[in-house]
Ligand binder design. Structure first.
Ligand SMILES: C[S@@+](CC[C@H](N)C(=O)[O-])C[C@H]1O[C@@H](n2cnc3c(N)ncnc32)[C@H](O)[C@@H]1O
Length: 385
């Protein structure tokens, strides 16, 4: 058995040193060993494929993955790897990156006595950290996949935490435990379920990884209020986190092999807008995500420092590519299908530029019974999406 006892304390120290973790969470991170929550088979990325690593075959490699500063992939293709020979394509459950877990727990602003609902139990590690800090009876966690929920419930029990783990759709929250003081989603949504506000006490906090098709990386911290129409929550972006999507909001996966067709008939042009200015920089790409729906981004590298940016709309079959060679100042573009996806991204970039290049923390999101909308600086300035 590889050495495990000092790992949790080393991880806590690393997270505190990096600034990701507040010292108020140190004891919980030291007390809850991450590896006890990770299943015996995990998965690693091998190009576009996902391949298994079995603890029984290589305990040291498995343990390294458990304590790396990275997410650990714990389920692929909803538990049924798509290809024979155990090769998966889509990540469907994981233990989130430790620094992301730390950032989110810090941003949750919990205090003793508070009750918390977690959406997306996954391995149960985050639920265990909350239970260690607040008491297991204060923590409820909802996981849509029954096998993942069973695993989490079992390892939580074995570690001594009688957390309620419900194998249900977290998009519905968890009415039997409401109202909560805090809700933390560890799964990303484009459309934020209003019921999460309705099941939170007025003044409570709801933390949500918010995503668009093009940009996955905004953590929104909402404050819940009550109005005549019902529960409303308003929030701003407080961090950059990437999560898999809520199962019902997964949409379509883009694949170059499947979606990039009719290359000979593509419309050709040249742009001098650098792809990293429009899509590589956080604030600009966030804005592009607001304006360019149903568009996924894939970057392929050619090994000589060059790369191609692909924009793919798997719904309509439109795609665009933009080639970047090192040192180049203009970039060949190809566009195909009903949409001119690069032109849409360019228009979004100029729109963002015209707004004064707002940083991520200036965007806000309101979720109300009648729907959700995005605003800039103040709610009175909703933006057209
Ligand atoms: C990134 S993992 C969560 C990590 C987890 N909190 C941990 O500590 O390991 C996201 C989880 O959300 C789950 N999920 C996806 N859609 C869901 C839904 N509608 N309701 C509840 N859980 C969902 C996935 O099955 C997956 O296990």
């Amino acid at each position: 058995m590889a050495e495990t006892t000092s790992r949790p304390a080393e991880l806590a120290a690393r997270l505190i040193d990096s600034g990701a973790l507040g010292v108020d969470w140190r004891a919980a991170f030291e007390a809850v060993p991450r590896h006890r929550f990770i299943p015996d088979t995990v998965w690693t990325e091998d190009g576009e494929r996902l391949v298994p690593v079995h603890r029984a075959d290589d305990e040291a490699a498995w343990l390294e993955l458990c304590y790396a500063d990275d997410a650990v992939i714990t389920q692929v293709d909803d538990g049924v790897p798509a290809e024979p020979g155990q090769v998966g394509h889509e990540i469907t459950s994981s233990a989130s990156r430790p620094d992301v877990v730390a950032l989110m727990l810090s941003a949750l602003e919990v205090e003793p006595g508070m009750s918390v609902l977690e959406i997306g139990t996954g391995t149960g590690w985050n639920a265990a950290l909350l239970a260690e800090r607040l008491g297991a009876d204060q923590v409820t966690s909802v996981e849509v996949d029954p096998l993942v929920a069973d695993h989490a419930r079992r390892v939580l029990r074995e570690a001594g935490y009688q957390v309620t783990v419900a194998a249900e759709d977290g998009a519905l929250g968890y009415e039997p435990g409401a109202p909560f003081d805090r809700v933390i989603a560890t799964v990303a949504v484009d459309r934020v379920p209003q019921v999460w506000a309705a099941q939170t006490r007025p003044g409570g906090r709801v933390l949500v990884p918010w995503t668009t098709d093009l940009h996955n990386g905004a953590l929104v911290a909402f404050t819940v209020g009550r109005e005549d129409a019902g529960a409303v929550m308003r929030g701003r972006i407080v961090g950059n986190v990437q999560f898999m999507r809520l199962r019902a909001q997964r949409g379509k996966r883009a694949s170059l092999a499947r979606d990039v067709r009719r290359t000979g008939q593509a419309r050709r042009s040249v742009t001098d807008l650098h792809p990293s200015h429009a899509l590589g920089e956080y604030d600009a790409s966030l804005a592009a995500g607001l304006r360019v729906p149903h568009c996924k981004l894939i970057v392929s590298h050619d090994g000589d420092g060059g790369y191609t940016v692909w924009l793919v709309d798997p719904w309509s079959g439109s795609w665009a590519s933009l080639e970047h060679e090192p040192g180049a100042e203009s970039f060949p573009v190809q566009q195909s299908g009903a949409r001119d996806l690069w032109a849409e991204v360019e228009a979004a970039y100029h729109w963002w530029d015209g707004l004064g290049r707002p940083s991520a923390d200036r965007w806000g999101l309101t979720v109300a019974p009648e729907g959700q909308f995005v605003w800039l600086d103040v709610e009175e300035h909703p933006i057209d999406r």
